[in-house]
Design a protein around this ligand. Sequence first.
Ligand code: AMP
Ligand code: ZN
Length: 118
Amino acid sequence: MHDSDCLFCKIARGQIPSRKVYEDDEFFAFHDIRPAAPIHFLIVPKAHVASMAHVTEEHAPMLGRMLTLAPRLAAQEGCNPYPEGGFRLVVNTGTEGGQEVHHLHLHVLGGPRPWARG
Ligand code: AMP
Ligand code: ZN
């Protein structure tokens, strides 16, 4: 269910502090410590999944719920409405995909441009 050495498992369990955006039984969302945009938070499943390279058919409902959560939390955190506003969703996967923390997470970035990175 969780990996005791995993940073995002510890954050999701409240063992390492974070700036919480949202929590339910299945997901934990918190602000990225190094924001690349005016609004930048991460949505993580509480159950440890290492990356998008590890997902199987059994994860499909969870992934659907995680994606569905993104627009709701983007609006809650102040992303401007579509189409002039909007947000960017990113899932870095593996070393060549730019993944640094090996617990599946969805980056949600938004706010007025220019952004710090990208
Ligand atoms: P990734 O490169 O997709 O694995 O993204 C990992 C993200 O986690 C980076 O954007 C980091 O800034 C962020 N991060 C690392 N440690 C923490 C932390 N303790 N609290 C919040 N965000 C973090
Ligand atoms: Zn984990």
